[in-house]
Ligand binder design. Sequence first.
Ligand code: NAD
Ligand code: TYD
Length: 360
Amino acid sequence: MRTYLVTGGAGFIGSNYIQYMFRKYGKDIRIINVDVLTYAGNLENLKAVEDYDNYTFVRADICDSDAIRKIFKENDIDRVVHFAAESHVDRSILNPEVFVKTNVLGTLVMLNAAKEAWELPDGTYKENKRFLHVSTDEVYGSLEEDGTYFYETTPIDPHSPYSASKASSDMLVKAYIDTYKFPANITNCSNNYGPYQFPEKLIPLIINNALQGKKLPVYGDGKNVRDWLYVDDHAKAIDMVQESGRLGERYNIGGHNEKQNIEIINIILETLIEMLPDSDPRKANVSKDLITYVTDRKGHDRRYAIAPDKIKAEIGWYPETMFEEGIKKTIKWYFENEDWMKNVTSMEYQKYYDDMYKNR
Ligand code: NAD
Ligand code: TYD
């Protein structure tokens, strides 16, 4: 039975990935989820699997080298899937330090612990061990609206403290691959959407605000472009890279689904009106009048667009969920899981929201 060590598995993508992996492999795998449970980590996301015999949760900080090494000592780990990170650009602009600590130093701790557990005296590694570092397309910087794309060969050019910290962690993983022949891959994925995403990110924030009749904040002119991928397609890509990717390689993941932010907001509003039953009192709150243009994000990247040619050609990955279907599934999940939203938008979220938006 193969054992996975997943970091940050209580967050948005990690929890979707864990559920995807149990759906795909059932009892053939074991997953150990290491998460310190920051504001973004929520064990409610894993309710469906928490009682499985082949699932274990360990509350630990990836920067705590003793705690991480202990997990490797007590378990024969075959696969590391490293999601744990501070992930929100706006927070990184307010408080960059924790991004460097978790995203850079935490990744170094993970690399060292895996290397120590897997390396043989002759400098080669135990068979069939693999580390996957989950990264973002934001490390490539910003594109013009000229039809160009991010390729794996595009120079790294991050602008926000978040993307700079992710780029730094990518560089460390590459250094371990190049220097120690460490068995790793890096994946750089575009913006994900789906269930369990914390409502500081565009799509769940707009759904949540629209349902409550609150203003929908659009940064700048609303024409910044993101390339949206349904979260299960990201989970599938990660699994395929770990099983069939060439060791040491970087793979871009994205679905050629570029949309302006204002388009996304309009689609959400139209879909909510279409899908909410007339008997739902929240339907009356949903209105285009809520759209409010606010001060732009500092250093706001204009456009992200991934060329997923390499992962398609080498591994045969392609996205299965088209945006029209994925956004409907996502919106339905949010309006059917009002309690989840209430629980995560606690006091701390309200404070964050007030600080982030009051003077915009
Ligand atoms: P998230 O913020 O929802 O979840 C992050 C998780 O990491 C949380 O459960 C949190 O508790 C945990 N964590 C944070 N600091 C930790 C620490 N010091 N020790 C242990 N656990 C810690 O993030 P997400 O959106 O699920 O993103 C996961 C990964 O995917 C990140 O590395 C991110 O850079 C990358 N990524 C995200 C997107 C996206 O659109 N969300 C796109 C591409 C790549
Ligand atoms: P976000 O979900 O924070 O992802 P990222 O910045 O990592 O791409 O933001 C997506 C886009 O939406 C980005 O261009 C910023 C914009 N945005 C708004 O216009 N209003 C908001 O309230 C938020 C959170 C984001």
